[in-house]
Design a protein around this ligand. Structure first.
Ligand code: EPU
Length: 426
């Protein structure tokens, strides 16, 4: 298993290009199963979770052809219902979108219980509630979920008790070809929900209100293939914005939608970092000592939970006592033990972290305990004088495209440990 090695404490300078958004690409890849035609998806990030999603639909009978970097032709006409490979499905969270897609197309589905980052229990009760409202029966075992409908799904009102991204996606997929109108109340408002609605609408669906808390889906009889480009990844962008601030640098983050970054931008301005917005870029500059802040994660447009670990690193380097409250996921602070090894002073109590700023962190051997925590270790390592070695970096590769290459491109001393090993003689 490879590790990432960073010689930190040096400033970065230049431009980082942002790729397509993993959490928008996943629902859209599984939505192609529902579309039952040929789609060309552009700007797919070339990361492990996307490769796994493409492999899953391939094993289900789709033809997947890589046209060029990030651009794929996907023909789902040959999909065999119920053929999702359970082992692969269990590797990632987004695989549960098979349920909504297959239910919408075939009226039944089965898949492995979804995996993904371990933030404690991640229930799927809201997905089940939605499927049942549309007329499906759902059966869960310890490691698999199956659902079926005796007749065509029928549109219905669904009130979500929590504005879950995954459940909103799954209900949209199941309802797109149901009979009549589905209204999702208290829906997730994340940009990836809007991207899925835009994709489905360009395939012939009739969805309105995506991006607000009420989404209306009038079912259509069938969908057709399209060419569609995925939106830029706001979490990848936010990660490099924080890397700029933590390393006392200036970075331009390009190919972004600045509106999606507003929560992160606001908090960066609050701690004393300059952010200059253009049409499709932001330039982030460190201009002096970082100030303490109170940060609370929330559903979009609140501060994203997927930026919690990265922003924590910045608060570790800010003067005074900051607080970071996690209000979306149950257990998101496992990574703080790793930051403590680097000299951070963090006290966690339930969903709250109290952070005592230090003047600098120091290099250490740490682990990526999950995807965003891994990105936080990279930021901490870049900021800290000395050598940081990060283990379990496969987590990072699940969601960041060529993070090592992109950071080397702006002057970071970062590499895979395997690249430092002498090549064995033939
Ligand atoms: N929840 C329920 N019941 C449900 C579904 C969710 O109680 O049926 C709760 C969860 O336990 C959690 C909260 O609702 O406390 C939010 O969960 P949500 O369903 O919104 O999250 P998700 O769909 O499982 C996606 C992203 C995560 C991201 C969250 C929140 C994908 C594949 N995953 O997960 O992304 O943290 O939304 O924005 O889209 C990541 O990319 O690093 C990542 C973890």
């Amino acid at each position: 298993m490879d590790k990432i090695c960073i010689s930190g404490g040096r400033p970065l300078l230049g431009t980082v290009n942002i790729g397509g958004m993993k959490n928008a690409a996943l629902p859209i890849i599984f939505a192609t199963v529902l579309v039952n035609d040929v789609c060309v998806l552009e700007n797919l990030p070339e990361v492990r979770d996307i490769a796994t999603a493409l492999e899953i639909i391939k094993r289900m009978g789709a033809e997947v052809e890589r046209l060029s970097r990030g651009n794929y032709r996907i023909d789902t006409r040959g999909i065999r219902c119920g053929s999702a490979p359970l082992d692969l499905a269990r590797e990632m969270r987004g695989s549960y979108y098979i349920l909504g897609a297959e239910l919408g197309r075939f009226g039944r589905s089965a898949t492995g219980f979804p995996g993904g980052c371990n933030f404690g229990v991640r229930p799927i009760d809201q997905h089940i509630k939605g499927f049942e409202a549309l007329g499906a029966k759902v059966i869960c075992s310890d490691d698999a979920v199956s659902c079926y409908a005796e007749r065509r799904l029928s549109g219905a009102p669904v009130y979500m008790d929590v504005a879950s991204v995954g459940a909103t996606v799954n209900i949209m997929l199941a309802a797109a070809t149901a009979e009549g109108m589905t209204v999702i109340d208290n829906a997730a408002r994340e940009p990836h929900i809007v991207d899925l609605a835009n994709f489905l609408n360009s395939c012939g669906a009739n969805i309105s209100g995506a991006g607000t808390e009420v989404i209306k889906i009038r079912g259509v009889d069938e969908l057709h293939g399209v060419t569609y480009a995925i939106i830029p990844d706001m979490i990848e962008a936010g990660t490099y914005m924080i890397a700029a601030a933590a390393t006392k640098s200036t970075l331009t983050i390009k190919n972004v939608i600045p509106r999606h970054l507003e929560a992160t931008t606001r908090k960066l301005l609050e701690v004393g970092v300059d952010v200059d917005e253009g049409d499709d870029f932001v330039t982030v500059s460190y201009v002096g000592a970082l100030r303490k802040a109170r940060v609370k994660t929330d559903f979009y447009p609140g501060f994203p939970t997927d930026m919690n670990p990265q922003f924590c690193v910045l608060l570790c380097l800010a003067e005074g006592q900051s607080t970071l409250t996690e209000s979306v996921m149950d257990h998101r602070f496992k990574y703080t033990d790793e930051l403590t090894r680097m000299g951070a002073k963090i006290t966690v109590s339930g969903r709250d972290a109290l952070i005592e700023g230090v003047s600098e962190l120091h290099g250490a051997n740490v682990r990526a305990v999950d995807l965003r925590a891994g990105a936080a270790m990279v930021i901490a390592g870049l900021s800290a004088p000395g050598t940081t070695v990060i283990d379990d970096v496969y987590h990072i590769e699940r969601g960041y495209e060529d993070m090592v290459g992109k950071l080397r491109g702006v002057g970071a001393d970062i590499r895979y440990l395997s690249d430092l090993m002498p090549t064995p003689k033939a």
